[in-house]
Ligand binder design. Structure first.
Ligand SMILES: NC(=O)c1ccc[n+]([C@@H]2O[C@H](COP(=O)([O-])OP(=O)(O)OC[C@H]3O[C@@H](n4cnc5c(N)ncnc54)[C@H](O)[C@@H]3O)[C@@H](O)[C@H]2O)c1
Length: 383
């Protein structure tokens, strides 16, 4: 994410005004606070004495998203329940801790894992550590919310699923779009129809500098870092029995590491194309357009802000006052899920969902990197 605190004053004022319109006062203020949080350097790290006896949540990775979105929605919905904030950069952990009245900050994940007062850890660190921290937490009987992507390779996916099967803790993923009000309306509209679907996404994402950490060889690049959102949402639109095998065909230029065109052919003949372009600065944040056709439904959605659903001669338009990508829903869902005791069938179903979405993401990366068609299979189906 760009450091907007260093941009000219006029740009910053215009950006704040635009965000006020798109996200409302409180989220905009918090995004501004997050920009300063990212720059915070203490001359002496603070001595924290929150004395917060109700706290039971850990945060692993205290960067922009943890500060601006995860901690914000946790506090908004449940009050001061953050026990410990962790980051390899202690300044960030300390700043998040101070701003959200947590009881301590640390640069050592084991402090959160060994803390008996913590029953849920939100993981928003670098991508290569998501699964490793999640596995450690699950093995200690804790629940986790894992930001996207849940894994960066097949080895992590296998170990994560094994830990999920054998832990009393639960797993929520940071895929927020299915939790958004318009995302749910889209799903309900397509579920009422029958037959294959035609799905088309156009996404204009932020351009990232070449040395951004997303591009480090161990972090998985932008298929795992960004495209995974639309891969997961698209997979979930297709009825479970109609999904596999999925033929993934890329049409991307290998000259660019953030621009993709990739198509999916599902078992029932449904077709999806995801186009992601990252050419420059997207002033209003990520822009995303969905067009979808199934049976008699033709729908079109922009930025999780407006949605038009046409069925025969009826046309209905939905418009949210603010953009809502479902972040609050995903964060509260993981919080509520921690207390649920799942039977073995529900646990197996969670494992299958995590595996199938992550496997489709990993196979998409393979297809794009190799420039060839790759087939993704369902959970426990021999390839
Ligand atoms: N769901 C969404 O819409 C959404 C949006 C943005 C980011 N994210 C995800 O949130 C996570 C954080 O992204 P961000 O934008 O805040 O990035 P960021 O760079 O602002 O924050 C990442 C933080 O992780 C810390 N970190 C690095 N290595 C670490 C390690 N080994 N252990 C613990 N912490 C470590 C860094 O110091 C940094 O503070 C990423 O997984 C990202 O994909 C999700």
């Amino acid at each position: 994410m760009a450091d907007y605190t260093k941009y000219p004053l006029k740009f910053r004022v215009l950006k704040v005004l635009k965000y006020l319109r798109l996200f409302g006062l409180m989220r905009t203020l918090n995004k501004v606070r997050a920009a300063y949080h990212m720059q915070k350097k203490y001359s002496t790290l603070p001595n924290v004495k929150s004395g917060n006896t109700r706290a039971h949540v850990g945060i692993a990775g205290s960067g922009n998203f943890a500060f601006s979105t995860i901690a914000y929605y946790i506090q908004k919905n449940y009050g001061r329940v953050i026990q410990g904030a962790m980051d390899v950069d202690k300044n960030r952990a300390a700043s998040l801790c101070e701003n959200y009245s947590a009881n301590y900050f640390t640069d050592n994940i084991n402090e959160l894992i060994d803390d008996e007062n913590i029953d849920l850890i939100y993981i928003a660190s670098n991508h290569a550590t998501h699964a490793e921290y999640a596995i450690q937490a699950l093995n200690a009987g804790k629940s986790v919310h894992i930001e996207k992507p849940p894994v960066v390779n097949d080895d992590q996916l296998g170990r994560l699923c094994f830990a999920m099967q054998n832990s009393k803790g639960n797993v929520g993923l940071g895929y927020n779009r299915p939790q958004s009000p318009l995302g749910m309306k889209v799903k309900a509209a397509v579920d009422r129809e029958i037959g294959p679907m035609m799905i088309n996404w156009f996404i204009a994402a932020h351009a990232l500098e070449d040395d951004h950490w997303y591009f480090s060889p161990t972090e998985g690049g932008r298929v795992l870092g960004n495209l995974c959102h639309w891969i997961d949402y698209t997979l979930n639109l297709i009825p479970e029995k109609s999904r596999f095998p999925i033929k993934i065909t890329p049409a991307s230029s290998r000259k660019f590491q953030s621009d993709f065109v990739v198509s999916y052919e599902f078992a029932d003949g449904s077709l999806a194309v995801i186009t992601m372009s990252s050419k420059g600065h997207t002033f209003e944040g990520v822009a995303e357009k969905l067009n979808l056709h199934r049976g008699n439904v033709l729908l079109s959605m922009s930025d999780f802000e407006t949605l038009t659903i046409k069925i025969d001669h009826h046309s209905r338009r939905y418009s949210n006052f603010y953009r809502d990508h479902g972040h609050e829903g995903a964060i509260t869902r993981s919080y509520e899920m921690r207390a649920q005791s799942l039977d073995s069938k529900a646990r197996e179903s969670n494992v299958r969902n995590v595996w199938e979405s992550a496997n489709l993401m990993l196979r998409t990366k393979d297809a794009i990197e190799r420039g060839e068609t790759v087939t993704a299979y369902g959970y426990k189906i021999e390839t």
